[in-house]
Design a protein around this ligand. Structure first.
Ligand code: ADP
Length: 614
């Protein structure tokens, strides 16, 4: 049988209305019947009393004159009253005197007792009312009248009332049924709509659905509005959750980090989408668990992974380690696993929650870097060795050049002085060819002396240099220009310069530098008047000096060559010189920790720049 609580609301309302109105009507009918019964009985008692008085008064003379027949006639008049079953007159001694029976004759019943001094007594028995009354005449007890009356009318009335009551009950139940239906619809319909919406929402997880709005202000109206508001809030949260889940998935994809959760006892796991990508497996086709994951891990790593995880969830150490994954295409991926054991709530299984990060690129880069660093260290070592060798051979060379040029000077001087002696003594005494040969000899010896001096000067740059001290470049340049006085005067050159700083250096070597550069600026000129300008700039913790002229310029292809020893771009007849000046200059600048270079184009002058640490 359907239980009441499983009834629909309409059914419940109908039943409730019918039960309430039925019960009310039932109680009202019962009360009415009880009241009618009491009233009827009282009326019957009053009626019988009145009858007993009348009959008693009419029978007094018959009793006094001992005329039972007359009394019987008087009693017979009671026939008109259908409810009186019988009536009897008794003498004061309680002897029957006369009687009336509605259903024919019979013997008179024994006179019922009546309390002394009371005029009347009555009682109800077996659906009958009995009443006995004393009759007095002139203050003297004359007789007793006893009536027996049925209560059929009462029963008939009660039956009628019951019938009417039943009819009214039926009619009101029917009305209550109809009213409940109508009101039930009004109340139940919005609830039903609410119910349908709630069911659709929970089935389809579609939180954009809304219950049909109602403008009623009763509890149902409030409920519908509250329900819709609740749905709106859930929808908002659902969207927020969806968005953050999507952005988490995106972030995981971008960072190549997967997240996972592992139920240790059941060996069941949950993987984020990125986890499947990292393992190269497809969600739905792969059941995440430790055993299934281990099957994708190279045998060499498998036991290590198992042990790390076991130690981790048994609390021996944090879960933080790298391992490899075999990918379906045969390649390998290196990943870093980090996880924490979630302390189990009582009665719940141990869970391990973690992340897996793809570190293949980083690891490979680290490996390459390590290899490169090792290679670099090796080549650095080789380089240092080479530098040392170079420095050694350089100093050997300098030593050799110095010793050679120094030791060559002596015999050369002898050759030169004897050649000159020969020239002086025998000029015009031998034949003309001899004079010419002797001249070549003298000239060659003196050029050779020049070259040897140059070489000596070059080799002394490193070995005979002075200690650095602050030098005022105005003075340094002034000295250089003083040394160039004749050349300047002969060429009519104009030499200018910026205000010059004081620099920590070997002042006499720097005088040599300016002398060489300015000297070249004056020397390598064309038909124009030579202009040389010395400039200076402070740049990135160094001084940049420039010596710029308006001379013949240099083809950029010779920018390096001109700084080499004895390298010249012209013959001595075009421009005199030995080709040592720039190489000495370069050596001095480098000894000071600077650089030197030239910026020039043929026919457009040359600009020699060099730096010195500031
Ligand atoms: P030298 O001046 O004795 O020839 P350097 O070593 O001073 O030797 O110069 C080498 C060569 O560089 C010069 O022979 C010349 O060809 C070129 N050179 C140097 N300075 C200049 C300059 N200011 N203008 C053009 N050419 C130059």
């Amino acid at each position: 049988m359907t239980r009441i609580r499983d009834f629909s609301i309409t059914q419940k309302l109908t039943w409730m209305n019918m039960l309430v109105s039925g019960a009310a009507l039932f109680l009202a009918t019962g009360a009415f019947l009880a009241y009618a019964r009491v009233v009827y009985r009282q009326t019957m008692v009053r009626y019988l009393t009145m009858r007993a008085r009348v009959v008693g008064a009419n029978c007094v003379s018959a009793v006094l004159f001992d005329d039972p027949k007359g009394a019987g006639d008087t009693l017979s008049a009671l026939r008109a009253d259908e409810h009186i079953v019988g009536a009897w007159i008794y003498t004061p001694q309680g002897e029957p005197f006369a009687g009336y029976w509605r259903d024919g004759g019979g013997s008179a019943p024994r006179m019922p007792a009546i309390a002394k001094g009371k005029p009347e007594a009555f009682w109800f028995a077996d659906d009958q009312l009995m009443l006995i009354r004393a009759i007095t005449f002139q203050g003297k007890l004359t007789a007793f009248v006893f009536f027996e009356s049925d209560l059929h009318e009462l029963r008939e009335r009660q039956v009628r009332y019951l019938e009417i009551g039943a009819l009214v009950l039926l009619a009101s139940l029917f009305t209550a049924f109809l009213v409940s239906r109508v009101f039930g619809q009004v109340v139940a319909m919005p609830i039903r709509a609410l119910f349908d919406t709630a069911r659709a929402v929970s089935r389809d997880k579609d939180y954009s659905l809304r219950a049909a709005p109602t403008d009623s202000r009763d509890e149902v109206g409030v409920l519908v509005r509250a329900f819709n508001e609740m749905l709106a809030q859930i929808q908002e949260r659902d969207e927020a959750v969806r968005k953050s889940a999507a952005s988490l998935a995106e972030a995981q994809q971008v960072a190549h980090v997967g997240s996972w959760e592992w139920n240790v006892e059941a060996d069941s796991a949950w993987w984020s989408d990125e986890m499947y990508r990292l393992y190269g497996v497809e969600p739905g086709k792969f059941a995440p668990s430790l055993e299934n994951a281990l099957a994708h891990i190279p045998a060499a790593d498998r036991e290590m992974v198992r042990k790390e995880l076991q130690d981790g969830y048994e609390g021996r150490r944090p879960i933080d380690f790298d391992h490899h994954i075999n990918l379906p295409d045969g390649s390998e991926r290196i990943v870093h696993a980090r996880a924490e054991v979630v302390a189990p709530e009582p009665g719940k299984a141990v869970r391990v929650v973690g992340v897996l990060q793809d570190i293949t690129t980083r690891k490979r880069a680290e490996m390459t870097l390590k290899k490169r660093t090792e290679e670099l260290a090796e080549s650095q070592q080789a380089l240092e060795q080479k530098v040392q060798e170079l420095a050694r051979s350089n100093s050997d060379l300098e030593q050799f050049a110095y010793i050679a040029s120094h030791d060559l000077q002596e015999p050369l001087r002898t050759v030169a002085s004897f050649a000159q002696l020969l020239q002086r003594r025998y000029k015009g005494k031998l034949d003309s060819s001899a004079d010419e040969f002797i001249h070549y000899m003298v000239d060659g010896a003196s050029r050779m002396q020049g070259l040897i001096n140059d070489l000596l000067a070059f080799s002394r740059v490193g070995s005979r240099g002075k200690v650095f001290a602050p030098a005022d470049f105005e003075a340094v340049v002034g000295l250089a220009l003083g040394n160039l006085q004749t050349a300047i005067a002969e060429s009519g050159a104009e030499v200018t310069h910026d205000p010059l700083p004081t620099v920590n250096c070997d002042g006499s070597q720097l005088t040599q530098v300016f002398q060489n550069l300015v000297g070249n600026g004056i020397k390598f000129h064309n038909s124009q008047q030579p202009h040389v300008h010395i400039g200076v700039e402070h740049k990135d913790s160094e001084w940049v000096f420039s010596v710029k002229d308006n001379g013949i310029g240099i083809d950029p292809q010779f920018n390096q060559r001109i700084f080499e020893v004895f390298q010249r771009l012209h013959t001595r007849t075009e421009y005199p010189g030995s080709g040592i000046g720039l190489s000495i200059t370069k050596k001095i600048v480098e000894r000071h920790g600077g650089r030197i270079w030239v910026e020039s184009q043929p026919g457009q002058g040359a600009n020699f720049l060099f730096t010195l640490p500031a």
